[in-house]
Design a protein around this ligand. Structure first.
Ligand code: AMP
Length: 396
């Protein structure tokens, strides 16, 4: 796996695909700088080597050229985060962009306009990718958030760089973290799968049964499993089309020697609201008119015990409706158990959508080993798919 550390960028222009698809407020100010900070190590390495950076990214979902999606809005924030002036050019291809790159001095940063102002970007157009390729000597992909897309700037462009292409440090870290869970991690390996529905996690569950020792199930999808086993789930979230599949997953897990841990108690509510009436009950005995919205203390103790013995942990999806205070306790307890295991030497990866939001909300992000920056890309990696943005660098 070739990374930026395999190159000396002295007098070289690095064409870096970053993921600067950041949230903006109504005044076009960046409201979350996480993604810019995440790209900083790669940018700094190139500059410190004595090279220059040509940064390319998409922002939002523009239809053609739309001023509100201009990357110019974020140039000042990039300067503040990196600590180096940022030149901006109002297109990402063409003579002006080529001239700006030709004039770019070592130690400087050039930001190109939104790639998606050209429809060819998402189509993975080869001619467009070739034009992009004229804007650097070495191609660096540091955009994990779009690595699952076969777009011109994330994948096709790599073919024009021969040996002169590599992963940025962020993307390399993401790949390493996924590999720790899926391939090289110390055993026992535990995957926590929560969230709303079985249907959206089914491919992940099937794929990881060959990689892990324990699977912890939580969130809304619990109840499809409990119903499949004959339990009473009241009005809890359920996918009746998936009952058979849920049963077969449990059988497959048993055959493979994977221990599946389902919640044993639930915090149930009569309404989907913070001030609903609540009760703690056995997960298999939920009365009609009530729904399970969080796990209970016995489940917390059970899951904490599994995690305390785990050496590698993947957390994908909350254990309850963590957005509502009343039903956030199970997810918080789980997060704390992951932090404790990490402090005892386990490797912990938080990845994919809502568990990242939960970890942030409860102040746990800095206390786990790694928090992934890519939602869809992480989910597809866990499903066992080869991401086009990664394959393009690996496959010569
Ligand atoms: P996902 O995007 O599939 O990871 O699902 C995350 C969502 O699942 C969050 O918005 C949670 O509020 C929701 N969720 C978690 N547990 C439950 C539950 N027991 N019933 C309904 N929704 C839930």
């Amino acid at each position: 796996m070739k990374t930026i550390n395999d190159f000396n960028f002295n007098h070289k222009k690095a064409l870096i695909r970053v993921d600067f698809n950041v949230p903006l407020n109504k005044e076009f100010q960046v409201t979350d700088i996480t993604r810019i900070q995440a790209a900083k190590p790669t940018i700094i390495k190139v500059l410190e080597d004595g090279g220059s950076c040509v940064l390319m990214s998409h922002l939002g979902r523009p239809k053609g050229v739309q001023e509100e999606f201009s990357l110019q809005h974020i140039a000042a924030t990039i300067r503040d985060v990196i600590g180096v002036d940022v030149q901006f050019i109002s297109d990402c291809i063409g003579v002006e962009a080529e001239a700006a790159v030709a004039n770019l001095e070592d130690g400087k940063i050039l930001l190109l306009e939104n790639l998606r102002f050209h429809d060819e970007e998402k189509k993975g157009d080869v001619g467009f990718a070739e034009q992009l390729s004229k804007l650097g000597d070495i191609y660096v992909n540091d955009a994990f958030g779009t690595a699952h897309r076969a777009h011109a700037s994330t994948s096709v462009v790599a073919s024009f760089f021969g040996e002169n292409k590599c992963f940025g440090s962020l993307l390399a870290k993401e790949i390493e973290s996924i590999n720790k869970v899926m391939m090289t991690g110390e055993k026992p390996i535990t995957a926590i799968l929560g969230g709303a529905k079985v249907s959206s996690k089914i491919t992940i569950i099937e794929n990881i049964l060959d990689k892990v020792d324990h699977v912890i199930i939580g969130g809304g999808m619990t109840f499809t499993f409990i119903k499949a086993l004959g339990g009473q789930i009241g009005n809890s979230l359920v996918e009746d089309d998936y009952l058979e599949l849920a049963k077969s997953i449990l059988e497959k897990a048993k055959a493979k020697g994977v221990e599946v841990h389902l919640p044993v108690d639930a915090l149930i509510a009569d309404r989907f609201s913070n001030d609903a009436n609540t009760q703690l009950v056995d997960t298999t005995k939920i009365p009609d008119g009530w729904m399970g919205l969080d796990v209970g203390p016995e489940t917390n103790a059970l899951f904490t015990d599994v995690l305390s013995k785990s050496k590698t942990i993947l957390w994908n999806g909350p254990l309850g409706v963590f957005e509502l205070d009343t039903f956030s306790k199970g997810t918080i307890a789980l997060g704390n158990a992951i932090v404790a295991a990490t402090e005892n030497g386990a490797f912990s990866l938080v990845g994919g959508g809502d568990s990242v939001a939960a970890a942030k909300q409860f102040g746990l992000s800095d206390k786990v080993s790694y928090v992934s920056t890519g939602g869809g890309a992480m989910l597809e990696s866990l499903e066992g798919k080869t991401l086009p943005g990664i394959a393009a660098i690996l496959n010569g």
